[in-house]
Structure formats: structure tokens, C-alpha cells
Write a protein that binds this ligand. Structure first.
Ligand code: ZN
Length: 49
């Protein structure tokens, strides 16, 4: 199973078909929950630094 790091809360998340995610520039980011996804989408630059 693939894992990714949620850039909003820094948790490790398991990457599955229904995992919340967002594409930004060339990258796909995965989140533990839709709240983190929404936070990222509102201000991606804040989190990818
Ligand atoms: Zn999170």
C-alpha cells in the first residue's frame, strides 16, 4: 500500500482510491481528510514550502 505525507497536518496517509487529494502544479497531494484538502486548496503555497 502506498503512503503519502499530508502536507497540511504532516500525518502519514494511506493512498487509496477514495483518499482526498488535490493536484497542484505538477504534483498530486494526499490528505487525511477533506478538511485538510480544503485548507490546501485555499492556500497551496502556504503548505508546499
Ligand atoms: Zn491532515
Amino acid at each position: 500500500m502506498a503512503t503519502a505525507v499530508d502536507v497540511v497536518c504532516h500525518m502519514d496517509v494511506d493512498v487509496q482510491e477514495n483518499t482526498p487529494h488535490a493536484d497542484y502544479e505538477e504534483n498530486r497531494y494526499y490528505f487525511c481528510c477533506t478538511a485538510c484538502q480544503k485548507a490546501f486548496e485555499q492556500n497551496p503555497e502556504k503548505y508546499i514550502k
